[in-house]
Write a protein that binds this ligand. Structure first.
Ligand code: BEZ
Ligand code: FE
Length: 328
């Protein structure tokens, strides 16, 4: 704020609560006086912020002045026109109209702007007890379902796979055994940690998007054993485009952007006395790793599947440990 707004204009400085001895601004803040348009813009920002009443919700009273300032400065910077602003209003309205309990288009819009990834990172940093060595988080995304079946360690989350399944041969080629441990940041295994996992089928669809798949296909919860170890059969993940038939998809087209997410498997790993971890792992073979439509890829989450020998149920093998931060 200092650089842009503070000139020698004493009235402006007074309005902003800034005073200088001898009425002279110090060298480093001496700038060109504001033009009258800039002055009017600052005055409008000040008026909107000053309209906040004394009984305002404290967190909102902290957040909103910054939002107002950035919004106004953005509109001014790009010379936003009425038709452009109206197009954005229509778009946000349409996001609401198209959303329901299976689809959250406003969240998707935030995702393609990187906002969910940013807020996930900020929240995770804020709650971190010790940042040393815990597995990084990644966005939850809109396809999580509560109460996935609790399955015995070592069982499969691939349901009803038969030669009639349209993506049968791909599922066989990508069949994978996934195992690892859940550890605390001090290196100790966490017996009884719960690993909740879900992924899209080789046709790029989650089961709730696809009439062909059975309920809760490619979803499961597992309990880590006394050594903190979990294991299950699944598939190597496939890249898929995010839902593309709404305003978020249209925006991607207008921006000439890739709508795909690299193949990934979602996890929520939880245990008593530890902060639950929401994350994803990404297959290193994927061509979209460097252009995730929702900007969730982190180096530590990129994994390498290895060929698996002597197991008729899996062609691939992955070992990956999750490290949870202690809570409180
Ligand atoms: C997902 O990975 O499921 C996802 C995340 C953000 C937006 C769309 C999909
Ligand atoms: Fe996903």
């Amino acid at each position: 704020m200092e650089n842009v707004l503070i000139g020698k204009d004493t009235t402006l400085n007074l309005r902003m609560g800034i005073t200088f001895p001898h009425g002279q601004a110090p060298e480093e803040v001496q700038q060109k006086p504001m033009t009258s348009a800039e002055d009017a813009g600052q005055s409008l920002i000040d008026q909107v912020i000053a309209a906040t009443g004394p009984k305002a919700h404290p967190r909102l009273a902290h957040i909103m002045p910054s939002l107002v300032r950035h919004l106004h400065e953005f509109a001014r910077e790009v010379n936003l026109t009425i038709p452009e602003w109206m197009a954005a209003v229509d778009m946000i309205n349409e996001c609401g109209q198209i959303s329901n309990d299976r689809r959250n288009e406003t969240q998707l819009l935030c995702d393609i702007l990187g906002l969910e990834s940013l807020v996930d990172e900020l929240t995770s940093n804020m709650l971190a007890n010790s940042n040393a060595g815990s597995t990084p988080s990644a966005v939850l995304g809109p396809f999580y379902r509560h109460n996935a079946p609790l399955l015995p360690n070592g069982s499969s989350i691939v349901k009803n796979l038969t030669p009639a399944t349209p993506w049968y041969s791909q599922a066989i080629a990508d069949s994978a055994y996934i195992t690892g441990r859940v550890l605390s940041t001090d290196g100790r295994p966490i017996a009884g940690a719960v690993i909740d996992t879900w992924l899209a089928a080789p046709n790029g669809l989650y089961e709730q998007q696809d009439d062909f798949q059975t309920d809760m296909n490619l979803r499961g919860r597992f309990k880590a054993d006394k050594d903190g170890r979990f294991a299950f059969y699944a598939l190597r993940p496939t890249a898929y485009p995010i839902p593309f038939d709404g305003p978020a998809g249209r925006l991607l087209t207008l921006l000439d952007r890739n709508p795909n997410r690299p193949g990934h498997i979602h996890f929520i790993v939880s245990a008593p006395q530890h902060r639950a971890l929401t994350t994803q792992i990404f297959d290193d073979r994927d061509k979209y790793l460097t252009e995730d439509a929702v900007f969730a890829v982190k180096d530590e989450l990129v994994v390498k599947f290895l060929p698996r020998k002597g197991d008729l149920k899996a062609r691939w093998y992955l070992e990956y440990d999750f490290v949870l931060d202690r809570s409180g």
